[in-house]
Structure formats: structure tokens, C-alpha cells
Write a protein that binds this ligand. Structure first.
Ligand code: LU0
Ligand code: CA
Ligand code: ZN
Ligand code: CA
Length: 525
């Protein structure tokens, strides 16, 4: 028997892992570890009996098509292939249909690559390492000069998620943030200014092996760790106990490989944590970090290794920054803020290393649901949009702080907002185009201006290089009706100034009247 087959894994047409020309002698390997749903041709009862005698058991048999379907780990799929079984489809397993709103590893890749395709000027996807099972670890870079090395020119921020496998909403939160930033760029003034002025790095799935293992079966496996094979036959290291600051110091992790909080044989023994370390060591412009976990709706600041709020290795000013900003973040999301060890002592966490070694202010956010929720780590996918959108303010706030986190204390950085005045010409223009004038000033420089008509942003302009003083003219075209116009000006620190609002009446497309004397009170902040 010598079957020659082309087996296509069509992943949304994007990543065709093409396994062509399989034959009993071929050494073709599947690109990824994990679980697959396999359909193969076994058209007679004799063929199916041979399959069963060779050690497989069909999950289902389609008698009309003569096919057998099974769910198998990668090694078993390869064994089928080596024995020459005619494989028709080999599909990586993901979330069940009722949780299809969540992204498995492949779908996360697809989202990243398709967004990078659509927004090549502001989104680049890079591989920053490989997991134990060899999956690529992806980081999305979002920035205005995304293809340039901006280490010397822009402050950086790192957001990472899903270091614990079963905490799937955290990957959704990171994917939401990527999508939010790229799709709102050029439309939303705050997003545009942040993307222009920051180098934003987002790692949506830092433990892909664990994720794939967790979801390959229903009920879900409740898996937390990575998929390192341990010497005692158990699997997995708790990646959030494997970072090398006071690693294993304080009874906040386990030396037993089968334990849920197994810290691993050495600090950074795992490629997943080591890759995060190298990534950060390589980028000294990253000045703030945030990581998403589940669940309980909390914002946690370091340290986790001690109950002491201000041990000798905690700088009091940094502490004040993390407490003040952490409380603000919690308030923006409706979460609670506290020190990590208020939960329990945990050593070898990412935050303890990021702050303890790099002195970067950092927080762990335990997302939705609240601790009392019956579904725990597995909220229904219907909750994803509401619960990810909920953290928009928190995420934008942290990105904004990256230039100078101490700004929250008013001790450093630019704390002065731009001023902006909006004026309209005294005469209605021909053709319905209003030439609005914005007079701006700032101690450092204005980087972006925008005009809102009610809730709609009608004009937006990035300013490069930043402008300390000046007047800009922006043409506006407004539909007939009454409008309330407000101008906004941002600086590099993301301070925002707003003008008084002006009421404008557009009577038709050809003529426009307004009443600059009829200033109405500023409707927002
Ligand atoms: O790693 C953990 O135990 C975290 C909390 C620490 C950062 C203190 N909680 S989780 O595992 O439930 N996400
Ligand atoms: Ca940028
Ligand atoms: Zn976690
Ligand atoms: Ca300023």
C-alpha cells in the first residue's frame, strides 16, 4: 500500500500548513503539538476493523462517505500517516461551538495576521520565542512608525496575557486591545495620540501549549501551567512562579512537579518565561507593564513574595506610583486594588521580577468574573465584548503613563495640559465648508488636535513635530442641523485640553450660520 495524498489544513485560507505527498515512508510532521480532529477514508468494514486492530477507535463513522472521524494528539495523527491511512482532513481542535467567540491558538494567529495585513502601517506581528512544544510566541507591536526601531524615540509599554492556560478571557482582553488600537486609529483622538506617541507591545497568549491542552476536550481541563514534561511523569510548570526574582524564596510556590504552583527546576527554566525576560531586557524604553489574569476583578501591585508593603527592595516613590495608578485603574474598570500578597504569598511571579529587577511599575489584573461567579474561569463567550470593552479606560490610562509613570504623583514629567481655543469665521462660507481655527499652546508641545461635533469626531490631525504655540485651520463639513463643536488638544504625555463648546447651525449643504456668542457650557470632563 502506498497512498499518495495531499492533505490541506485550511486555516481560514491564511495559514495553509500544507502537508502534501504523504506516503508511508514520508517524514512529514504537523506544524503544531496538540489535538486534532481527523477524518480519514476507511470505506469498508474490513478497513475499519484493521484500524481498530491497529489501536485506534473511531469516534464516528459516516457510512455514506466511508469516513471515520477521531480526535487524536499530534503523535497519533503522525502514526496514522506513517501507516498510510488516507487522511482527508486534519483540523486543530479549538473551543466548542458554544464558546466559539474565544480564540484558540490558531484563531489568535489568524486575527493577528489578518489585522497586520489590514493595518500594515501601525501593526507588526513578531515572534519573540517558542513554547515548550514549539509553538511560536507572538507579540503585536502597535505604533505609528511600526517598522522602525523606536527604542530611542518613544516610551514603550508591555501588555501580556494568558500566562495561565485556563484564563482565556485574558487573551480576549489582549486581542481586544490590539483590535481597539488599530481600528480606532485615525478616528479616535485618544487612541491616535497613544499609537503615535508610544511603542505598544501586546502578547496575547504567553502560554499557548497550556491553552491548547486546556480546550482540546470538553469539559475543559482546568489547566493552569505550561506543558513541560516533568521528570516524575507529571506535566507543567506554573509560569507565574518561574520568574527569577526571589524565586522560590518564601513558601509562595511548590517544588513538587505535579503541584499547581510548581516553580520549575530553576528560575526561567521555561522558554515561555525566558522569552518574556529577554524581550524586556532588550527594550529599555519599556517603562510600564500590565498583565491579565483571571479572575476576581482585581488590580494587584507588587510584591507577591512578602506581606510587607515597603520592604527594602521597594522604592517608596515607585510604591506610591503603583498604588496611586493601581487605584485609578481599578476605579476606571470597577475593580478592587490591593497588593498581590493580600491574596496570598506568591513568589517567582512576573510582576515581582519586572518590578524587583527592572524597576518597571507593573500590575496584575484579575479580570471578570467576580469571585462569586458560578462559571469561574469559563464565562460564556457572550460576555467577552462587554467585559473586554469595560477595561478600555484602564488600558489607555496605562499606555498613556508609559512616558513617565511618576506623573501620577505630580512629581515628574509633563503635568500641564494644552490649552486650545476654537474660533469660527464671522461669515458663513460658500459651499458649506467651515474653516475652523484652533489656537493652541502647551509647555512642551501639542501632538494632536481634534474637533468633535457632539459624539462624532469630525476632524483629527496629528502634529509632527509637536507645536508649542500656533494656530491651525481645519476644514469642517457638517450635515444640516444643530451641532455642538468642541476642540481637543493632546500633548506627548497624553494630557488633554478642551475648548469651550460652540453651537453651530447648518441650515443646508450650501449655507451655514453659527452663533459664536452663544457659548454653551462644556459638556464633557
Ligand atoms: O499567579 C497567581 O496566583 C495569581 C495572583 C498572583 C499574581 C498574586 N492569581 S491567579 O493564578 O488566579 N491568576
Ligand atoms: Ca508610536
Ligand atoms: Zn493567573
Ligand atoms: Ca503639556
Amino acid at each position: 500500500m502506498n497512498y499518495r495524498l495531499g492533505v490541506y489544513l485550511l486555516l481560514g485560507g491564511l495559514l495553509p500548513w500544507l502537508l502534501v505527498g504523504w506516503s508511508p515512508s514520508s517524514r512529514t510532521l504537523l506544524a503544531r503539538e496538540g489535538w486534532y480532529q481527523v477524518t480519514l477514508y476507511a470505506g469498508t468494514r474490513e478497513a475499519r476493523t484493521a484500524l481498530v486492530r491497529a489501536g485506534w477507535h473511531p469516534d464516528a463513522i459516516d457510512l455514506d462517505r466511508g469516513t471515520v472521524t477521531m480526535v487524536l494528539p499530534r503523535t497519533e495523527v503522525e502514526r496514522l500517516s506513517r501507516q498510510g491511512w488516507p487522511l482527508l482532513t486534519v483540523r486543530p481542535l479549538g473551543f466548542p461551538s458554544w464558546d466559539a467567540g474565544y480564540h484558540d491558538y490558531t484563531e489568535m494567529q489568524e486575527v493577528l495576521f489578518s489585522l497586520a495585513d489590514r493595518y500594515p502601517d501601525i501593526l507588526a506581528v513578531q515572534e519573540y520565542g517558542r513554547s515548550v512544544e514549539g509553538r511560536a510566541l507572538y507579540v503585536a507591536k502597535i505604533s505609528d512608525r511600526v517598522w522602525e526601531d523606536e527604542r530611542a524615540s518613544e516610551p514603550g509599554v508591555l501588555i501580556f496575557a494568558n500566562i495561565h492556560a485556563r484564563e482565556h478571557l485574558s487573551a480576549e482582553q489582549a486581542i481586544w486591545a490590539i483590535r481597539h488600537l488599530v481600528t480606532r486609529y485615525g478616528r479616535d483622538p485618544a487612541v491616535t495620540n497613544l499609537v503615535n506617541q508610544r511603542e505598544i507591545w501586546i502578547m496575547p497568549m504567553t502560554n499557548p501549549d497550556g491553552v491548547e491542552y486546556d480546550i482540546a476536550r470538553y469539559p475543559y481541563r482546568y489547566w493552569r501551567k505550561n506543558r513541560r514534561p516533568n521528570p516524575d511523569g507529571s506535566y507543567g510548570v506554573d509560569l507565574n512562579r518561574n520568574f527569577g526574582y526571589r524565586w522560590g524564596c518564601c513558601g509562595g510556590s511548590s517544588s513538587t512537579p505535579s503541584a499547581e504552583t510548581y516553580r520549575g527546576p530553576a528560575p526561567f527554566s521555561e522558554p515561555e518565561t525566558n522569552a518574556i525576560r529577554n524581550f524586556l531586557l532588550d527594550r529599555p524604553n519599556i517603562r510600564i507593564a500590565l498583565n491579565f489574569h483571571m479572575y476576581s476583578e482585581l488590580v494587584l501591585w507588587p510584591y507577591g513574595y512578602t506581606y510587607d508593603a515597603l520592604p527594602p527592595d521597594m522604592d517608596p516613590t515607585d510604591y506610591a506610583v503603583m498604588v496611586r495608578a493601581g487605584r485609578k485603574m481599578a476605579q476606571l474598570s470597577g475593580y478592587r486594588a490591593m497588593q498581590a500578597s493580600d491574596l496570598y504569598i506568591a513568589d517567582g511571579t512576573s510582576d515581582d521580577w519586572i518590578y524587583g529587577t527592572l524597576r518597571i511599575p507593573t500590575w496584575t489584573v484579575e479580570l471578570y468574573p467576580p469571585a462569586s461567579a458560578p462559571f469561574g474561569f469559563y464565562p460564556p463567550d457572550e460576555d467577552i465584548p462587554r467585559e473586554t470593552e469595560r477595561n478600555r479606560g484602564m488600558i489607555e490610562y496605562v499606555i498613556a503613563l508609559a512616558d513617565e509613570p511618576r506623573r501620577v504623583l505630580g512629581l515628574a514629567g509633563d503635568v500641564i495640559s494644552p490649552t486650545v481655543t476654537l474660533t469660527l469665521p464671522p461669515e458663513p462660507p460658500a459651499g458649506g465648508v467651515i474653516l475652523a481655527s484652533l489656537t493652541i499652546s502647551d509647555n512642551v508641545g501639542v501632538t494632536l488636535v481634534a474637533i468633535r461635533a457632539g459624539d462624532t469626531v469630525t476632524r483629527l490631525r496629528s502634529i509632527e513635530p509637536p507645536l508649542r504655540e500656533g494656530t491651525l485651520t481645519l476644514p469642517l463639513v457638517l450635515p444640516p442641523g444643530e451641532h455642538t463643536l468642541v476642540a481637543e488638544a493632546y500633548d506627548r504625555a497624553h494630557n488633554v485640553g478642551r475648548s469651550e463648546s460652540l453651537r453651530v447651525e447648518v441650515t443646508s449643504q450650501a449655507s451655514t450660520w453659527w452663533s459664536p456668542f452663544m457659548n454653551v457650557s462644556t459638556p464633557r470632563r
